[in-house]
Design a binder for this molecule. Structure first.
Ligand code: FMN
Length: 530
């Protein structure tokens, strides 16, 4: 798939998923309009700017699916998995349309870009869709998406409070007393956003995963002022350096993926050395949190599935829940061998940042919250089935953690709930209620007038003897007896069984089937001598 950003916008428009707003709109109104819209919005006339703004392009399950070129949302995970297993190295080109306008030095002016603010407590206009590329002399290439709040015409912060690879690169540069050059490509295809949002291990280049997603190399081109490439088909490219200031500048607040406002962060500064763009560039204002969430969830699936595969657990389904911010909670159904639910908990909780995991049997629908809660209610003994790990690596953005001193990354507790049927618990305790004749007696037919034939009334005493002969061979459930003698009306069958009971000939086997009292099938009362 060689589609670029604007071609994707065209596809969204054709699918009726993008609305063009041609009238003048104040940039201060953009965030709330996007929040209220069930379609992506392209603002052609943003008052005071000569550049349109698009937002909301992956803000729904449908648009996220479209952006990945998939037929359904679930397919995104498979596509990502394939890309991780089959990365494709990027290809260098000399230049690109993103170079049609270039500003360097004093001409750099971020205030010319229509960078909106988002939520009411934001610390300023915020760049949200920048795919950042950086290189560490020893560790190699890295890319990710990090937010930048504009502070001056050529100065921003960069939000790298989380212990991710970019933070490590910046930390190493800071310790060496040098700036870390970064390119920031804005208005790239969501395939690149998806790949760089994937938390690849150190040393794995996410741009190669983007190539795997595309099935073709991502084209990169050299920057003007720094020795780092940018994504060649981006709408706008910023060339900058993370300055060796350390984590000393207040930045924020930020609206987070948690759907909550984060606090003020202490971050480094970024000097912007050049801005280049297409002549007719479109500014992409990625709208938090949902434009993050829909593509973030599949990146979690891939990591969790990998961990469970390594643990040898047979997984049926995984739901990284939206209630868990598509980040912290997973419900996983497994085909369990004894003890494996606990192994599954250990494996899943090893995945970075996953905080709570519920393991269920494969008869539970992980996408149905009531089914999952039902499993927790009916299968869990808390002292046996809840595992808690303390002091694991945490995410500073977790609002439930107590405030930590500046620069200290707090640790977190993790919890796993084994909501599978416990070892040694009789399986028949989990037989679901099922109704006789469910296959043949259909309500639709009865509403349309279907009538049943009535069985005949008969001699209950004679029938009792006949029933006894049948259940002497094999005990039967009451409903099976009623069906076996369906030529009689139900009342005759019930009377016959009543007669057997009254004459002390009827009993039940341990499963509840009817049998002759005293026969080899008969259940023994508690405490009876065997
Ligand atoms: C839209 C979007 C915004 C993001 N904003 C930030 C951010 O401000 N700071 C941050 O640390 N991570 C942010 N992330 C998450 C990182 O991009 C993601 O964890 C990435 O995998 C980190 O890569 P790294 O470990 O290679 O640095 C964002 C992700 C998306 C998709």
């Amino acid at each position: 798939m060689q589609e670029n950003f604007r071609e994707f916008l065209g596809r969204l428009r054709d699918a009726g998923e993008l609305i063009d707003l041609k009238q003048p709109v104040d940039i201060r109104h953009i965030a709330t309009l996007v929040d209220q819209s069930d379609k992506a919005l392209l603002f052609h006339n943003v008052i005071g700017y000569d550049m349109p703004v698009v937002s909301g392009i992956i803000r729904s399950r449908e648009r996220a699916t479209l952006s990945m070129g998939c037929r359904n949302y679930g397919e995104i995970e498979q596509k990502l998995k394939h890309a991780i297993d089959h990365p494709i190295a990027p290809m260098m080109v000399n230049t690109s349309h993103s170079r049609e306008v270039i500003q360097t030095g004093d001409d750099v002016d971020l205030y010319q870009l229509p960078i909106p603010m988002s939520s009411i407590y934001d610390g300023g206009p915020m760049i949200t869709a920048g795919v950042v590329i950086a290189r560490d002399p020893q560790l190699g290439w890295n890319s990710g998406i990090y937010r930048f709040i504009v502070k001056e015409k050529a100065l921003t912060g960069i939000d790298i409070v989380t212990p991710n690879n970019m933070r490590l690169f910046a930390q190493r540069a800071y310790e060496a007393g040098r700036p870390l050059p970064i390119s920031i490509s804005i208005g790239t295809h969501p395939l690149e956003i998806m790949a760089s949002g994937y938390r690849a291990p150190l040393g794995v280049d996410e741009i190669q995963i983007a190539g795997g997603l595309r099935g073709a190399p991502v084209q990169l081109a050299p920057c003007e002022t720094i020795d780092v490439p940018y994504i060649a088909d981006a709408e706008i490219v910023l060339e900058g350096e993370i300055l060796p200031t350390g984590w000393t500048w207040p930045e924020g607040r930020f609206g987070e993926f948690t759907r909550l406002m984060g606090g003020v962060h202490w971050n480094p500064l970024v000097r912007i050395r050049a801005v280049s763009r297409r002549k007719d560039a479109i500014y992409y204002a990625l709208h938090m949190p949902w434009e993050n969430t829909w593509l973030a969830a599949p990146t979690r699936y891939a990591a969790i599935r990998q961990a469970l595969r390594t643990a040898g657990v047979t997984v049926k389904d995984i739901n990284v829940t939206l209630g868990g911010c598509a980040f912290w909670h997973a419900v996983i159904s497994i085909k369990k061998q004894p003890g494996e639910a606990k192994n599954a908990i250990l494996a899943a909780l090893s995945v970075m940042d996953l905080k709570h995991v519920v393991i269920v049997d494969d008869d539970i629908d992980v996408f149905n919250p009531m089914d999952v809660e039902w499993a927790i209610a009916t299968r869990v003994q808390a002292d046996r089935d809840v595992l808690i790990v303390t002091n694991a690596r945490g995410k500073p953005l977790d609002p439930s953690l107590p405030p930590a001193p500046t620069g200290v990354v707090p640790t977190t507790a993790k919890m796993g709930i084994d909501a599978t049927i416990g070892e040694g618990i009789p399986k028949e305790r989990y037989e679901r209620i099922a109704y006789a004749y469910a296959d043949t007696a259909k309500i639709g037919d009865y509403v349309n007038g279907r009538a049943d034939e009535s069985g005949r009334a008969g001699d209950a005493m004679a029938l009792a003897d006949e029933i006894l002969r049948v259940i002497d061979e094999k005990p039967l459930y009451y409903t099976e007896i009623a069906e076996r003698f369906a030529q009689f009306d139900f009342r005759t069958v019930a009377r016959a069984l009543g007669d057997l009971h009254a004459t002390e000939r009827l009993w039940q086997d341990p499963e509840g089937r009817m049998c002759r009292r005293g026969s080899r099938f008969a259940a023994k009362p508690p405490g009876a001598i065997q």
